[in-house]
Design a protein around this ligand. Sequence first.
Ligand SMILES: NC(=O)c1ccc[n+]([C@@H]2O[C@H](COP(=O)([O-])OP(=O)(O)OC[C@H]3O[C@@H](n4cnc5c(N)ncnc54)[C@H](O)[C@@H]3O)[C@@H](O)[C@H]2O)c1
Length: 247
Amino acid sequence: MLQDKVAIITGAAAGIGEATALYFAELGAKVTVIDRDAERTQAVASRINGAGGEALAFHGDIRDRAAMAAAIEATVERHSRIDVLINNAGIYPRCAFLDVTEGQWDEMQDINLKSTFYIAQQVARHMVRQGHGKIVNISSVTFFMGAKLLSHYVASKGGVVGLTRVMAKELGEHNIHVNCITPGAIQTESEKQVVTEQQSQEFIELQALKRRLKPVEIAKVCAFLSSSLSDAMTGQTLNVDAGWILY
Ligand SMILES: NC(=O)c1ccc[n+]([C@@H]2O[C@H](COP(=O)([O-])OP(=O)(O)OC[C@H]3O[C@@H](n4cnc5c(N)ncnc54)[C@H](O)[C@@H]3O)[C@@H](O)[C@H]2O)c1
């Protein structure tokens, strides 16, 4: 499905990004793993390379434009192209709307929205030259339903949905597909730190499917949107939430 595809994945040292890097490598993709957690970034790449796959590791903050440009250039230098970008890195600390500071607001937008834009722009310039590409932006189901304590987060993820639609319209003539996933509650280590067991059970009650979703289940939808199976789609937002929000 992704044999020999060259994919850049941000936030790939943990959670959904790590699962996507490992799953893509299993499908034969050559992955560039980007994350600010140096040790875990290296560990994911080593695991892929150790299993006979091909991974490049770049440790850096996605807000660091020079570091991201270097990772993108190194990928092109190694493989001569970039077929796929999974714009996944993001943060979701909680804070009441009345208490969110300008600093918290700016940090959220810088990581979740501005860096998503900037990395996509850099990668898309290569894709325009190549004449093809698939970009998947990771938003959140909270964009549709709102979520208490997440005003700065939901605003950033709404921006990602809007950005996806405009990118799709502008880049379609270059055969570049841009789609978005809105995951529901996905059992990653970070999610478990902010969601209590009781809240987890409440989510399951609200979902049509009565179980927790695993990171690899988002990775599989990323694979679909990165492959030729989704060649007829662009600008779409796929809600992958076990039937939590039906619209
Ligand atoms: N887990 C969920 O329930 C859920 C639901 C909806 C949306 N999402 C979205 O999915 C994405 C991944 O979520 P997750 O649960 O896997 O998170 P996670 O915390 O498990 O993994 C995120 C990774 O991104 C990296 N990262 C964060 N900020 C970074 C930065 N500034 N520069 C470089 N790397 C950075 C972290 O080091 C981490 O390895 C996020 O965009 C999140 O908003 C997650």
